[in-house]
Design a protein around this ligand. Structure first.
Ligand SMILES: NC(=O)c1ccc[n+]([C@@H]2O[C@H](COP(=O)([O-])OP(=O)(O)OC[C@H]3O[C@@H](n4cnc5c(N)ncnc54)[C@H](OP(=O)(O)O)[C@@H]3O)[C@@H](O)[C@H]2O)c1
Length: 307
């Protein structure tokens, strides 16, 4: 089968289109004929070595997958050839014509959503869900600020928070204001501008999808007793957080499972969670997909179409 692989870590140029063996299903695994692969920053963070060297080379990138079941190993959890599915692999490998996925990390593809949009959902959608509702315990009537509201995680977080009945403030660059408001944000903040007085101490929860070393202003946005949930790694002054009486949580990488995916699929079928597609690249142009993601300027999700 065709697959994108790399043999050394480095820039996007290390990605190669190669012929490799079709994977065989292990116990509890399902083989999926891949139609589409969602791109996540983790793909190039692993490729470049930024995420360490835990993943063995040669390596096929791609975690988020949508496709059709073609076979299953022992205990394939009831999946049958011909089932349309979406989900997430355990240690990547989706940028290929076939991939082995644990049966418990797949769910039925939302019926009203095509393979491209289904592949855009798993990692970003579940990260947003987990940060907002599990870590952030967001409730109807509360206010949440989503930093990075135009990105893969952020634009889904805006929609999930609105579905929950929260008031949503989204941040991005000025060019993305219409996009963020169309996703449902009640207020928009251009991150290049000074924080306005009226935003200070206005949010119960801040979800930070941007991270890095410049997140201290987010502490000013929280009401006393509020919490900041980072989805990406960031540094926040512990002293400032203590003075403001706000809690800063740790980044978590929640395990994704069939139940969580099925909930995302239900919301997608109801039209409440609609992934926006920034761009679609063929498998052969995975280099361009990585370059686009690495630019950190994606609006919504980047997806690779395999068939
Ligand atoms: N914990 C988890 O389970 C989990 C899961 C998925 C992703 N992540 C991590 O979460 C982070 C975000 O992922 P993603 O897929 O959402 O990334 P992404 O799609 O690449 O994010 C791109 C977006 O970030 C916005 N952005 C860049 N700098 C910004 C700033 N200073 N303020 C506000 N917005 C800014 C850009 O908007 P503008 O063009 O308007 O600047 C762009 O729309 C990554 O670090 C990723 O590794 C974690």
């Amino acid at each position: 089968m065709k697959a994108i692989r790399y043999h050394v870590r480095g820039g996007p140029e290390v990605l190669r289109l190669e012929e490799v063996a079709v994977p065989k299903p292990g116990a509890g695994e399902v083989i999926v004929r891949v139609h589409a692969v969602g791109v996540n920053p983790g793909d190039w963070q692993i490729r470049s070595g930024l995420a360490g060297d835990a993943f063995k080379l040669p390596y096929i990138p791609g975690w988020d997958v949508a496709g059709v079941v073609v076979g299953a190993g022992e205990d394939g959890a009831g999946w049958r050839p011909g089932d349309d599915v979406f989900g997430m692999t355990t240690d990547s490998g989706a940028c290929a014509e076939y991939v082995a996925v644990p049966a418990g990390q797949l769910a039925r593809k939302p019926e009203s959503v095509d393979f491209v949009r289904a592949a855009a959902l798993p990692q970003s959608g579940f990260a947003a869900w987990h940060a907002l509702f599990m870590q952030g315990e967001l409730k109807a009537g509360q206010t949440v600020l989503i930093n990075g509201a135009a990105g893969g995680v952020g634009h889904l977080a805006v929609q999930l928070a609105k579905w929950k009945g929260a008031r949503v403030i989204g941040t991005a660059s000025a060019r993305n204001e219409p996009f963020v408001r169309e996703r449902g944000a009640d207020e928009f903040v251009d991150y290049a501008e000074e924080l306005s007085e009226k935003l200070k101490q206005s949010a119960d929860l801040v979800l930070d999808t941007v991270g890095g070393g410049r997140g201290d202003w987010l502490l000013d946005v929280l009401k006393p007793g509020g919490r900041l949930v980072p989805v990406a790694w960031g540094r926040y002054s512990p002293d400032k957080a203590a003075r403001a009486s706000v809690a800063v949580q740790e980044v978590q990488y929640p395990p994704i499972g069939t139940a969580g995916l099925a909930e995302l699929a239900r919301l997608a079928d109801e039209g409440r969670l609609v992934p926006a597609i920034d761009s679609i690249f063929p498998l052969e142009e995975t280099v361009r997909a990585h370059e686009k993601s690495e630019s950190r300027r994606a609006r919504g999700k980047i997806v690779i179409r395999v068939t």
